[in-house]
Design a binder for this molecule. Structure first.
Ligand code: AVI
Length: 334
């Protein structure tokens, strides 16, 4: 049952709390552990500690993504504000809404912005960032939604000059099938005068890609290993960190970073909550996350297949990262 509360100019709708999401997450975890390449849903990375570590990653010298997106948004936010005339700014997977401030500033300056709608699964992070945004932008009503961007797009405020932002390159963490479903759903909720702004990491030199996920301080490794700690805590699993080696490598066939923990030797891990024993062979990977990198033509094609049209494509000066402004394809539907 959705829960709503309003305090200090911030409305918070809780569509699903963490406990509601647990059965689906456990089921997905069970399934992933039985897949041909064993894996874990990436959600396990983002408990409170993991979210803090991700913030740290965004500041690492090797991790260029956040800085490149920042460069694009600094250069283009005013233009985006002018083109979209957005009254509502929605941010999917908002987290701490850091890069969003550039959009908020531009839309606030343009004088069109009335409402900011951050959507995230973590109620705690969302409440904190919603309060901070409400204090910094007193003219803007903050309507936060605790939900899942893959399932709750229909719960966004009504269509009409909404700019829906999906930043950070997070679209690359969706598997191709998931991404296709997400874009197709988006096309159905997008009205003619709504727009979608997505941050996309691009295919580049393999050494730079691998360095971004194998940083010299080892922060990314700790971040990824935290998923095992979370499973041990929540599911009563017996993952032993010493039996796994961290491995993040470029997969040229799928054009994604394959981020995994590989076993040092054959062994069995028990998962009490599932009454399950998982047997690992020697050198077997447990995939924790993928991070797809894109080419413009391929993204445009995927968007078109979903009923969307890439209206603008901006990159940073080095051509590392792109921001795409996407509209509903006027030739499909009303
Ligand atoms: C959140 N997402 C865009 C990050 C990425 O680069 O795929 C997650 C991450 N995983 C390891 N480092 C960063």
């Amino acid at each position: 049952m959705p829960r709503a509360s309003t305090e200090q100019g911030v409305r918070v709708d809780v569509l699903r709390n963490e406990a509601d999401g647990r059965p689906a997450l456990y089921e997905a975890t069970f399934r992933s552990l039985h897949a041909e390449v064993k894996g874990l849903p990436a959600v396990w990375l983002y408990d409170e500690r993991g979210s803090r570590m991700y913030e740290q990653i965004t500041r690492l010298p090797e991790y260029y993504l956040t800085r490149r997106e920042d460069e694009i948004l600094r250069a283009r936010s005013a233009e985006i504000a002018k083109r979209t005339q957005a009254r509502t700014l929605v941010e999917l997977g908002a987290g701490t809404a850091k890069n969003t401030r550039l959009l908020l500033d531009a839309l606030d300056t343009a004088g069109t912005l009335e409402r900011f709608v951050p959507l995230d699964v973590s109620e705690q992070t969302l409440r904190a960032s919603a309060q901070a945004i409400a204090a910094a932008y007193p003219r803007v009503f903050v309507h936060a939604i605790v939900g899942d961007f893959e399932r709750d797009l229909d719960a966004l405020p009504p269509p009409g000059r909404r700019l829906i932002a999906f930043l950070g390159g997070t679209i690359g963490n969706l598997y191709p099938g998931q991404r296709g479903r997400f874009l197709t759903t988006l096309a159905t909720v997008l009205a003619r005068d709504d727009a979608f702004l997505v941050g996309i990491d691009l295919v580049k030199d393999v050494a730079r890609l691998e360095a971004a996920y194998n940083d010299s301080q080892g922060v990314t490794e700790v971040f990824v290993r935290n998923a095992l700690t979370a499973l041990n805590r929540e599911l009563g699993a017996t993952f032993d960190q010493r039996r796994f080696v961290y491995e993040a490598r470029w997969d040229p066939e799928h054009e994604w970073m394959d981020i995994a923990l590989r076993t040092r030797q054959a062994h069995t891990v028990s998962i009490r909550a599932f009454e399950l024993d998982v047997a690992f062979e020697e050198c077997e990977p447990l995939r924790v996350e993928i991070s797809s990198k894109f080419r413009r033509e391929q993204f445009e094609l995927e968007a078109a297949q979903a009923g969307l049209r890439v209206e603008s494509w901006w990159t940073d000066r080095a051509g590392d990262f792109a921001g795409a402004l996407v509209l509903r394809d006027a030739s499909t539907g009303s």
